[in-house]
Design a protein around this ligand. Structure first.
Ligand code: ARG
Length: 593
């Protein structure tokens, strides 16, 4: 379905051309003075310059042509030359009814569906998920869902950090603890055991211990680090026993990661990692050399990425260190080669901490320069800011440690549980599941309602509140609608006759309809600008509009059956759109709260 704004533009066109003005001057926007009008056209201002007339004279001329249009209930020219518009309630209701019967509520899907890779999550294997990974997961999941809803073929890839020094550290720590394991017996010829020599909780303890050891500024610390580097090198060069340990680490760690992401309702299509890109590295390096792009600098192999007009300095991208080892950028470039081979995406969206921006600018530029991706492939870096605590600084546990994601989720669910227990609206057998559904709202809405690039303060008490601009508040509004619909069904039975949404007869009724109309436009913008916060804002506005309507109208007590049924249709559509937005952000609404 066409957007209301575009339909208004179409209605204005004949007036513009009829008066001798070029239609390119037409501008229509939602009014920023809802007290005066609903939509606004400021085309007369732009036309005034070109035709050397007073804007108000042009506006008056246009309004004269449009005053009989059945689309508007009010259209007038105001100084200095705006045209204020109110929609005819009949017209608006017609539009809203068409939305209600459209599968995507009037959203126009992408005309040329793209293949899009969303690279998000980015967990590092063998290291527990902590709150630092929360934003990547929450924002990325929402972006993936928005792309998909727009009709694009969208592939979400977790892109694990599974190839770095952490692997060597674990191997050597294991070596120290259990030197008798067959992996450390160079003469061993048999099959390696299927069972991992550690559990997830052991693994979670092994890594930090090893990492701390390697950071010690002592001879022993230095030696340990060197051994870990050596082990990493051996692993990366295919040394069988270490590959076997690596497989164990992957299996144990992945099962745990999946469980954690599941709890967050974050689902990846691909569970690839840096290790998968390794086979493409030799070809990549050769290609960069052959194309004359890579050259030696202080023993390392580098590619220039600086471009004319750069506002800041972009140092060359190092693709091979002087000791022959590859780096983060090498592995990201090799991953792009793999993705091009498998999917030929038109668009890549990376959802990663904004401190990695330079890295991605370098990688994107090398990928374009070397023709790894097409000239017009869109390479988008969505860098997010830090989640801070109220006391300032990154969010931590009470004693200052790194907050585990599992712990944070458990804490929040606990708080929510207490709250719904007090309110006594949730049946006993739904309590736990409801607490989990509500618990995700502070985490996700609290994050997504901010522009991703900005840092934000994670204020648990505020985010958890059922009032204000919070996720639970919106859930609460949806639950309210559900309960009205339930009561209505009890009253009238399941098959009560449906009525179309009637032309609005009060301000709150009309405002709710006007809000509903914006859905398609909001989703389009959220996609085009990779900006889930626009959906949050919209949900909050829509929930507000519903609440005003609810406070001003009786629904269940309404005596006029026809009017009542129309209200039911109106709030049903409201609920469906709110639920759809929720889903696009990776949340749900409970049955009771
Ligand atoms: N594992 C990385 C980290 O924790 C994030 C990976 C982001 N994605 C990528 N393609 N580099 O910093």
């Amino acid at each position: 379905m066409k957007k209301i704004v575009d339909l208004i533009i179409e209605e204005l066109k004949p007036a513009f051309t009829g008066c001798g003005y070029d239609e390119k001057f037409i501008r229509v926007t939602l009014s920023n003075r809802p007290d005066l009008c609903e939509y606004q056209c400021n085309g007369a201002m732009a036309a005034a310059k070109a035709y050397k007339k007073k804007p108000i004279d042009i506006a008056n001329e246009l309004v004269e042509q449009l005053k009989d249009s059945s689309m508007f209930s009010e259209i007038n020219a105001v100084m200095p030359g705006f045209i204020n518009i109110r929609l005819n309630p009949e017209y608006l209701a017609g539009y809203v009814n068409r939305m209600a019967s459209d599968e995507k509520y009037g959203l126009e899907e992408a005309k040329d569906p793209e293949t899009i890779i969303v690279d998000y999550g980015g967990a590092n294997v063998a290291k527990p998920l902590h709150v630092g990974h929360l934003r990547a997961a929450v924002i990325g999941e929402s972006i993936k869902r928005i792309c998909r809803y727009m009709g694009h073929k969208t592939i979400g890839d977790v892109h694990l950090g599974d190839w770095g020094l952490q692997m060597g550290l674990i191997i050597e720590e294991l070596h120290d603890r259990q030197p008798e394991l067959v992996y450390f017996d160079e003469t061993f010829q048999g099959e390696y055991p299927e069972e991992a020599p550690f559990t997830i909780s052991e693994l979670e303890e092994i890594y930090p211990t090893a990492s701390a050891k390697a950071k010690e500024k002592t001879e022993a610390g230095e030696a340990f680090k060197e051994r870990a580097q050596e082990a990493t090198f051996k692993l990366q060069n295919g040394y069988k026993p270490y590959r076997a340990i690596w497989n164990h680490i992957m299996n144990v760690s992945l099962a745990d990661l999946k469980k954690n992401y599941d709890n967050l309702k974050v689902y990846f299509d691909l569970w690839k990692g840096e290790s998968d890109a390794q086979p493409y590295i030799p070809g990549l390096i050769n290609d960069l050399i052959e194309k004359g792009l890579a050259y030696e600098s202080e023993g390392a192999l580098v590619v220039d990425v600086a471009q004319e007009g750069d506002a800041k300095e972009y140092p060359p991208c190092i693709v091979r260190k002087s000791d022959g080892a590859s780096l983060y950028a090498t592995s990201d470039l090799a991953t792009i080669i793999e993705r091009e081979k498998e999917y030929q995406p038109e668009r890549y969206i990376y959802v990663v901490d904004k401190r990695q921006e330079l890295h991605f600018v370098q990688v994107f530029r090398v990928a374009k320069k070397a023709g790894i991706v097409k000239e017009d492939t869109q390479m988008i870096f969505l860098g997010f800011g830090t989640m801070n605590s109220k006391e300032g600084g990154p969010f931590k546990t009470r004693d200052g440690g790194v907050m585990r994601l599992e712990q944070l989720i458990r804490d929040i669910n606990g708080e929510v549980y207490k709250k719904i227990q007090e309110k006594q609206k949730v049946p006993e057998n739904e309590m736990e599941c409801t607490a989990e559904i509500i618990g995700l709202a502070p985490l996700k809405y609290g994050d997504l309602s901010n522009q991703a690039t900005k840092d934000y303060v994670f204020a648990v008490e505020r985010f958890i509140s059922f009032e204000g601009n919070t996720g639970p508040h919106i859930q609460y509004m949806i639950v309210r609608i559900k309960s009205i619909l339930e009561k209505y069904e009890e009253l009238k039975g399941k098959d009560a006759e449906r009525q179309p949404i009637r032309p609005a007869q009060s301000v709150s009724e009309k405002e709710l309809q006007l809000e509903l109309c914006r859905f398609g436009e909001i989703i389009e913008t959220a996609f085009a600008e990779t900006a889930p916060h626009k959906i949050c804002q919209y949900m909050a506005d829509l929930a507000d509009a519903f609440n005003n309507f609810y406070l001003e109208n009786k629904i269940i007590a309404e005596e006029d059956a026809c009017k009542q049924a129309s209200f039911i249709s109106l709030i049903t559509l409201t609920k469906e759109i709110l639920d759809t937005c929720m889903d696009l952000l990776g949340m749900e609404s409970p049955e009771h709260m």
